[in-house]
Design a protein around this ligand. Structure first.
Ligand SMILES: Cc1ncc(COP(=O)(O)O)c(C=O)c1O
Length: 378
């Protein structure tokens, strides 16, 4: 079992200039956006420091090492061996998804998503010209019967979140196999956003969609080191294809889509995928401990909030509807307790009454946040 990662003091965290630390005044504890408070993985920090020291900050020129590094990581972690030649770097997951949708969607075509889900899913679809069709989760799981009914109407694509932000659900191999069966039956391409794939916590097993038998014919994945290694600002993700048919879609992407990948992002991703395993093990140990701590804090200080501990991610989806039917719990926690959370309604109508809390922080900050939240009258 690895030792837990530490968090710099709040005074140092507040010197960060990312959105987590620049959106609220200093008295607010920011537990909203999905950034972590831990320091960088040492191999990632070393690779970036070396590049900056050399003035190596020009344009990226993605080489074979990126696909090779991701393929090695996927094989070690999930026993899945993607073809390194079919791992295409792109700027970020959002760009990867939108550019794929642009190839699959004609103006006004329906694209299916399963709310509550990562808010930009609602924006990426119209950005690519499509129209969102919702098949909400049922009891926190994919509603396979609902998806079957909608797939039968031949939407242009299904956008899967695997694992699922914000509920933290790791879809099982059986669920994904059934999803693939339905998608093949009705010829609905699937784009699987797997940015949280490396953040699966003890007790759950991640199944990359493309490792599911026959998924490769109908699906593509978008992956990144950015969430697990906290390097989202460096702008690097990848689209992965696993069949000739889907690889042809990649060939239709403009070269610029790849050329706009962040140079430092690529450097960080190769270091993370090649050398980040032991730091990642410590991160998972840490997040698992914070998840347990949050459970204990909620039951002792805020029992009115309901939750299912997430199987993956460092995001807790909290049912705060006990605060009252007309309340926006996020506003109450922000205004009365000075804790910034994500409002559940950003994740779709199904998120009404919920807040999402980011627990990738220190035990002290998490304790302080729940203590503050417990002062809000239920
Ligand atoms: C499911 C999901 N997809 C994508 C992203 C953002 O990825 P990127 O910054 O690479 O677009 C996030 C960020 O938290 C996320 O949770």
């Amino acid at each position: 079992m690895s030792a837990e990662l530490t968090v710099p003091p709040l005074s140092e965290l507040r010197l960060r200039r990312s959105v987590k630390w620049r959106s609220f005044p200093a008295e607010v504890l920011p537990l909203f956006v999905a950034e972590m408070d831990y320091g960088l993985a040492p191999p990632v920090a070393a690779a970036l420091t070396e590049a900056v020291g050399r003035g190596d900050t020009g344009y990226s020129t993605p080489g074979p090492e990126f696909g090779r590094a991701f393929a090695g990581f996927a094989a070690r972690r999930w026993g899945w061996e993607p073809d390194p030649g079919r791992v295409l770097p792109v700027t970020d997951v959002g760009v990867g998804v939108v550019e794929l949708l642009r190839r699959l969607v004609r103006p006004g075509d329906p694209v299916v998503i399963s709310p509550p889900v990562y808010p930009p899913f609602f924006d990426w679809v119209p950005e690519a010209g499509g129209r969102v069709v919702e098949v909400p989760l049922a009891g926190g799981r994919l509603d396979l019967a609902g998806l079957e009914a909608v797939f039968a109407t031949h939407p242009a694509a299904y956008l899967l979140c695997n694992p699922h932000n914000p509920v933290g659900r790791v879809h099982t191999a059986d669920e994904l196999a059934e999803l693939v069966r339905l998608a093949r039956l009705h010829r609905v391409p699937i784009i699987s956003d797997e940015i949280h794939g490396a953040l699966v916590l003890p007790g759950a097993t991640f199944t990359p969609l493309l490792s599911v038998p026959r998924a490769a014919e109908i699906a593509l994945s978008v992956v990144s080191a950015s969430k697990a290694f906290n390097v989202a600002g460096l702008k690097c993700a990848a689209i992965v294809a696993a069949s000739t048919r889907m690889a042809q879609l990649l060939e239709r992407l403009p070269r610029e889509v790849t050329e706009r990948t962040g140079h430092l992002g690529l450097i960080a991703a190769v270091a993370a995928f090649d050398e980040g395993d032991s730091w990642l093990a410590a991160l998972i140990t840490t997040l698992s401990a914070r998840r347990d701590q949050l459970g204990a804090l909620l039951s002792s200080r805020l029992p009115a909030l309901r939750w299912s501990p997430p199987e993956a991610t460092y995001l807790a989806w909290l049912d705060a509807s006990a605060l009252g039917p007309d309340e926006e719990p996020r506003d109450r926690f922000l205004d009365e307790a000075l804790v910034a959370l994500e409002p559940g309604t950003r994740f779709g109508a199904a998120g009404s009454g919920y807040v999402r809390l980011n627990f990738a922080t220190s035990p002290e900050i998490l304790d302080e946040a729940v203590t503050r939240m417990s002062t809000v009258k239920v």
